[in-house]
Design a protein around this ligand. Structure first.
Ligand SMILES: Cc1ncc(COP(=O)(O)O)c(C=O)c1O
Length: 392
């Protein structure tokens, strides 16, 4: 199902140390830097505005996304917040109706305060998208694939339709620059929650904003310093370390996903699998065209009542019941009561998120172990279902 095993060799600062020739770049924790003389600042003066360790990460991400420059932020949400500074009062932003809940909450709340206007639309529906674009937005926010149903929208097509006067921003968190490069498809800005695949070890919360052109890049860097949301040197150091294995991790993530899906397809209790790599997935063709792989996030519905669903998730030993995604460890989550609990039941149903839906972030454990773990969880449920039938 993964159609390319593209390799991107990431050195991220390897052999950049001039002083001692350290193979791995040093970590500069210092908050400030001496001036060489009066009126003679060096390259760095204060770590909120610039830091060598953070710059190493920024340069690597800019290179991977094919951008002019990157700003490293303290979280994925501060990356989203930073981008809103490209808007002025009265400007309109068009965002997906099924974007990440935190993004929805932030855009909605800032619009409520009157900082700009926001319109949430189903960007997969050509008519709704065109109607929204007719309102002359300043910025179009794209997030693909969506969470948790992995719907894919055509980045190039949306960027073309929006035209050059509109700033096109893509949240590339679910795939990373190894599997999708939105700037090559016409976007102006890419954002990431680096908390996910880029760091990949679930031990840093961070973000990044990468711009294609110098002007936007400098504007974003100016605002990041002005607001004070640049990432910490330590987090940048850890994230650079994670980034060096991104490509190989994704290869394993995707191979495991392939195996997990093959297994789930044979399970009678599985009602529906949502994964863009499946030909039956409604937006498979767009995913195959614009992505270099189908990723390692999948969702599925189980034909189980709530008690048995609980038994299933509690029986799993290698899939931790937790939110977030993109780490080396496999995670399972129940969107209705976890990631999407803030939506009321009706809104969730309208968005297609059923109560028996589970979302999985497939890790890089041995695939055989993951399958065995799923097998034993299914066995427990089947025993409970049969016992229940007998008692009933
Ligand atoms: C697609 C997407 N964008 C942005 C964010 C926000 O990132 P963070 O949690 O690092 O602030 C998340 C977090 O889950 C996400 O999934």
């Amino acid at each position: 199902m993964t159609h390319t095993n593209q390799t991107i060799s990431v050195r991220s600062g390897i052999e950049s140390d001039q002083q001692f020739g350290a193979v791995t770049p040093p970590l500069y924790l210092s908050s400030n830097y001496t001036f060489a003389d009066l009126e003679q600042p060096r390259k760095y003066d204060y770590s909120r505005s610039g830091n060598p360790t953070r710059d190493t990460l920024a340069d690597t991400l800019a290179q991977l996304e094919n951008g002019y420059g990157a700003v490293i932020t303290s979280s994925g949400m501060s990356a989203v917040y930073l981008v809103t500074h490209l808007l002025d009062k009265g400007d309109l932003i068009i965002a997906p109706h099924d974007c990440y809940g935190g993004t929805y909450r932030l855009l909605y709340s800032l619009a409520q305060k009157g900082l700009f206007e926001v319109l949430f639309v189903d960007q997969g529906c050509a008519e709704s998208l065109q109607q929204a674009l007719n309102k002359k937005p300043k910025l179009v926010w794209i997030e693909t694939p969506s969470n948790p149903l992995l719907r894919v929208v055509d980045i190039q097509q949306i960027c073309d339709l929006a035209g050059s006067d509109v700033i096109k921003v893509v949240d590339n968190t679910f795939l990373s620059p190894v599997l999708q490069q939105p700037l090559n498809l016409g976007a102006d800005v890419v954002i990431h929650s680096t908390t996910k695949y880029i760091n990949g070890h679930s031990d840093v919360v961070g973000g990044a904003v990468i711009a294609r052109e110098q002007e936007l890049s400098e504007k974003l860097a100016w605002w990041a310093n002005c607001i004070g949301i640049t990432g910490s040197p330590f987090d940048s150091f850890i994230t650079s370390r994670g980034l060096r294995t991104l490509s190989i991790r994704l290869r394993q993530h995707q191979e495991n996903t392939h195996r997990v899906i093959q297994y789930l397809q044979q399970q009678p209790l599985v009602e529906h699998i949502y994964y863009p790599g499946l030909e039956s997935h409604p937006t498979h063709t767009v995913a195959a065209k614009q992505q270099q792989g189908f990723g390692a996030m999948l969702s599925f519905e189980l034909n189980l009542d709530h008690a048995n669903l609980r038994t299933f998730v509690n029986s799993l030993e290698l899939f931790s019941l937790a939110e977030s995604l993109g780490g080396v460890e496999s995670l399972i989550c129940h969107p209705a009561s976890m990631t999407h609990a803030a939506m009321d039941q009706e809104a969730r149903f309208n968005a297609g998120i059923k109560n028996n839906l589970l979302r999985v972030s497939v890790g890089i454990e041995e695939a055989d172990d993951l399958i065995k773990d799923l097998e034993s969880a299914f066995q427990r449920c089947q025993i409970k279902v049969i016992q229940g039938e007998q008692h009933g």
